[in-house]
Design a protein around this ligand. Structure first.
Ligand code: AMP
Ligand code: ZN
Length: 118
């Protein structure tokens, strides 16, 4: 039994939990956040489990870069026409709740956002 056996995002990656998926390739899956904080709120997760950004090393560099470079395309496809915010919460004081690395992508008219941080 290791961390990923009980990991919600590993289960979403494996199709064992439902998600509103918007994108998938060999490296990553992107899906709608279940409690959106903005009209557009996507999560981008690597298929390979790593707990957080603080646990990434050189081995995660290429996947991290591919995830980040995919964000503008995902934001545009989700309807962000005038910018978006990209957030990575890391560790307890960073507000991380799910310990499988993920990027938040938030967008849409600012007056429709709930609070300022995911
Ligand atoms: P963080 O605080 O950065 O760890 O964010 C975790 C995010 O995952 C929160 O915005 C949650 O709303 C979201 N979340 C939790 N469970 C699910 C799920 N099953 N499907 C989609 N999003 C989820
Ligand atoms: Zn995981």
């Amino acid at each position: 039994m290791n961390a990923r056996d009980n990991c919600i995002f590993c289960k979403i990656v494996a199709g064992q939990l439902p998600s509103r998926k918007v994108y998938e390739d060999d490296d990553m899956v992107a899906f709608h956040d279940i409690h959106p904080k903005a009209p557009v709120h996507l999560l981008v997760v690597p298929k390979s489990h790593v707990d957080s950004l603080a646990d990434c090393g050189a081995g995660e560099g290429e996947v991290l870069a591919r995830m980040l470079l995919k964000v503008p395309e995902l934001a545009r496809a989700a309807g962000c026409t005038n910018g978006f915010r990209t957030v990575i919460n890391t560790g307890p004081e960073g507000g991380q709740v799910i310990y499988h690395l993920h990027l938040h992508v938030l967008g849409g008219p600012r007056h429709e956002w709930k609070g300022t941080l995911p």
